[in-house]
Design a protein around this ligand. Structure first.
Ligand code: ADP
Ligand code: MG
Length: 263
């Protein structure tokens, strides 16, 4: 459904060209929850900007259902790390969630229904009339998630969405993502630098090398589908997987390139 082919991105700067992403190729199946993990500076945000059509790759292409992405596709939604900057402070929670639907020209009754459902799904149905700045960081990020959910995307891209919230909130939000994903059947690409988070959330973890970035490994996460913070994280298999991912990232940092494009 989502296909990244030979993606390369070189930024032209005053100090010369910076090769952020060297060569990335992978496919996401419909309804899959894949995590992409890599150290900071490994081109994760660059990749998401290319996938979401906000920026053109230098080489290669992104296909959504076989169609080349050349601008923001209607069927995609993105949740960024900086929720503080992604919500409009002068709009109430409801209005923030409703905005993309309004822009689509969706009738009011249908909008109201989707907004109500999305706020309920993220546990914010009690604060629809609040302003974002009246809410905690975790709640603000829930608003951003609700907005993406209400939009009913086929593909949901998330760029380190929980990096700025406290550990407890983060655990809750991780579970929220799995719940929403299972309920909606949406295809999710979740980007993080956090190894534990990638293993806990994903059905699959795509491990990036450091910059200039290639895929170090594409790993299947064979943990039970039912996950919970206490039990899943104490499974021996969880420990093995996180150990493996950690090791691969260390190898990548030390300059060990995968033998072939790992798949
Ligand atoms: P990540 O999200 O994994 O931390 P980024 O995609 O933000 O990585 O950045 C990857 C590399 O590209 C870094 O070396 C960064 O400095 C560089 N980079 C990112 N954005 C720009 C830009 N707009 N102009 C020049 N270099 C950039
Ligand atoms: Mg980033």
């Amino acid at each position: 459904m989502l296909s990244v082919r030979g993606l390369k991105k070189v930024y032209q700067t005053d100090g010369g060209p910076i090769e952020a992403v060297r060569n990335l190729t992978f496919d996401l199946r419909p309804g899959e929850l894949a995590c992409l993990v890599g150290p900071s500076g490994s081109g994760k945000t660059t990749l998401l900007k290319c996938i979401s059509g906000l920026m053109a790759p230098t080489e290669g292409e992104v296909l959504l259902n076989g169609v080349k992405v050349s601008g923001p596709p209607k069927k995609m939604a993105v949740v960024f790390q900086e929720y503080g900057r992604s919500l409009f402070p002068w709009m109430r929670v409801r209005e923030n969630v409703e905005l993309p639907l309004k822009n689509q020209g969706m009738p009011k009754a249908q909008r109201d229904k989707l907004v109500d459902e999305a706020l309920e799904a993220v546990g914010l149905d009690h604060v629809p009339m609040s302003y974002p700045w009246q809410l905690s960081g975790g709640m603000q990020q829930r608003v951003a998630i609700a907005r993406a959910v209400a939009y009913q995307p086929e593909v949901l891209l998330m760029d380190e969405p929980f990096a700025a919230v406290d550990a407890q909130t983060r655990a809750d939000l991780e579970d929220l993502i799995r719940t929403v994903w299972r309920k909606l059947g949406v295809t999710v690409l979740f980007v993080t630098h956090d190894i534990d988070e990638s293993v806990y959330l994903g059905e699959r973890v795509i491990i990036l090398s450091s910059s200039p970035t290639v895929i170090q490994e594409d790993l299947v996460i064979d943990l039970p589908d039912e996950r919970d913070q206490l039990n899943t994280r104490s499974l021996p298999r969880f420990t093995e997987l996180r150990h493996h991912v950690y090791e691969q990232i260390q190898l990548a940092k030390a300059g060990h390139r995968p033998a072939a494009a790992a798949h």
